[in-house]
Design a protein around this ligand. Structure first.
Ligand SMILES: Cc1cc2nc3c(=O)[nH]c(=O)nc-3n(C[C@H](O)[C@H](O)[C@H](O)COP(=O)(O)OP(=O)(O)OC[C@H]3O[C@@H](n4cnc5c(N)ncnc54)[C@H](O)[C@@H]3O)c2cc1C
Length: 463
């Protein structure tokens, strides 16, 4: 796919590049399969050019040109997707938003922040912290992902069990549609004026428009926190506690429960032989202490033993560290993958058992934890680590892992993704996951992007 001659007028010279370094930098995201491609010298997802706009007007000019010329367009935040979402199979233009990183305003009276979509998470968090506020949206990739990327992937963070996912934080957005029209949704605390337009773009993975500005909630920072580590003999007992917590109305800001295999890693103790749970409470001290005491009583009722805060404190200090997985992937034959799904309380234990058994032959270690809880169910995060002969064999193994995991989720009716999204990894499974909802999704796609220029071939949409 050739890039149109007129495109260069859309952004100032120097911000539209076709050099091999820029192209290579936008040919691989953090999907382990993409890591294996790079190690094999493969570059199957190669854009023809990369633009770095600095304003909504420039994004509009780029999209108008691409729409007129039928050029595929893929939005790029910081490429931290772990499923291949910002990788183009159709060539065309990548629009890298990461230079659009201004903090536009903080509205302290109404607890809102408005930023350009390319704002990096940790920088925004630090700017808010300096004023006494926090996002309370804290993905492990905070320092390598953008606010626009969070919206486009329907991301969630480590404190979601109390504060919710990005869908709960988003208040308004500005988005440029495929034909260049600019849409600003209204700022309101809540409204009942027809459809919730902003929600159309949540999880849309760049297929419906390019988000250029975002307004999200912010929160005053809490002064008091109390953490605890509790051990259980069985996964079953821990799941019962998580479910009972959601029923009680007590919502710790930190909830993580590991099976025994992952507990050894979470506790940094190879000899650790129980299932570890980390709980954290924050806010008004008397309330947080009361919640802590009640939750520990609940744990005891289910055979839990409090062993002190050290495990949870250690995890809080390491919570952005992904090096264990990255080190495995850095070896050509290294196999590592993370797959996050969700299921109802009534079936999550069976799904955990089925995934663990089916994936065991494909990895040296299959580690599992539960870390985002809801009244109806929970996420399940599976980490696989292993070794294959070389990068090609590792790629094949990772693909097999996806096939097995997705098939089990579909058979059991579980959600095939909890927060990483679809990208290329889950592309083949979207239609089966969504069923007749695909009729609505496809019609929205066809209406907003009739020439199918935006991240074509993704989210199960017809090409
Ligand atoms: C170490 C590590 C830890 C992670 N931890 C978490 C976690 O805790 N929680 C979680 O949810 N995810 C996590 N992720 C996944 C990833 O960080 C998220 O999916 C993140 O939201 C992607 O943001 P990004 O800015 O890097 O977007 P990219 O990866 O660049 O793009 C992701 C998708 O969004 C689209 N997109 C990006 N910006 C825009 C825009 N402005 N407008 C329209 N579409 C856009 C792209 O086209 C693509 O489809 C993790 C990833 C890594 C590598």
């Amino acid at each position: 796919m050739a890039i149109s001659k007129t495109l260069s007028g859309s952004v100032p010279a120097g911000r539209l590049s076709q050099d091999s370094d820029s192209i290579a930098a936008h040919s691989y995201d953090a999907w382990p399969v993409a890591v294996k491609w790079r190690q094999q010298g493969k570059q199957p997802c190669r854009p023809d050019a990369v633009a770095r706009p600095r304003s909504t007007a420039e994004v509009r000019a780029l999209l108008e040109d691409c729409n007129a010329n039928g050029t595929p367009v893929t939005a790029w935040g910081l490429g931290s997707s772990v499923v291949g979402s910002p990788l183009t199979e159709a060539g065309g233009l990548v629009i890298d938003l990461s230079d659009m990183d201004r903090l536009i305003s903080i509205d302290e009276a109404n607890l809102l922040v408005t930023v350009e979509a390319g704002k990096r998470g940790d920088i925004l968090e630090a700017e808010l912290n300096a004023r006494g506020y926090t996002l309370n949206h804290s993905p492990q990739s905070l320092d390598r992902s953008t606010v626009g990327g969070w919206i486009a992937t329907r991301a969630t963070g480590q404190f979601s069990s109390h504060y919710g996912g990005i869908e709960d934080q988003l208040v308004a957005l500005k988005v440029v549609l495929a034909d260049g029209q600019i849409v600003q949704t209204k700022l309101t605390p809540r409204a009942a004026i027809g459809l919730d337009t902003k929600s159309v773009f949540l999880g849309s993975e760049g297929t419906l428009g390019i988000v250029t500005e975002v307004t999200t909630r912010i929160f005053p920072r809490k002064a008091y926190r109390r953490l605890e580590t509790i051990t259980f003999d069985t996964v079953s007992a821990g799941i019962s506690v998580l479910r009972a917590l959601t029923r009680s109305g007590i919502r710790p800001f930190l909830v993580r429960f590991y099976d025994v295999d992952e507990s050894r890693h979470a506790m940094k103790d190879p000899g650790f032989a129980s299932c570890a749970m980390f709980l954290g409470f924050e806010g008004v001290q008397a309330v947080a202490d009361a919640e802590y005491n009640w939750a520990l009583g609940l744990c005891r009722e289910h055979g839990g033993r409090a062993i002190g805060p050290a495990g949870a404190v250690g995890w809080m200090a390491r919570r952005f560290d992904f090096s264990a997985i990255e080190n495995v992937l850095a070896r050509p034959g290294g196999v590592a993958e993370t797959i996050e799904i969700s299921d109802f309380w009534g079936s999550i234990e069976g799904t955990y058992i089925a995934l663990k058994a089916a994936l065991a032959p494909l990895a040296d270690e299959v580690l599992c934890h539960f870390s985002h809880i809801y009244a109806q169910g929970t996420s399940l995060y599976v980490i696989l680590v292993g070794q294959a002969q070389d990068a090609a064999a590792a790629e094949a193994r990772i693909r097999e892992i996806w096939d097995v995991a997705m098939r089990i989720c579909l058979e059991r009716g579980a959600a095939t993704s909890h927060h990483h999204g679809v990208g290329l990894a889950r592309k083949a499974f979207v239609a089966a996951d969504q069923g007749t909802a695909m009729i609505v999704n496809q019609r929205i796609k066809s209406a907003l992007d009739p020439n199918n220029i935006l991240n074509p071939g993704k989210l199960g949409y017809a090409r």
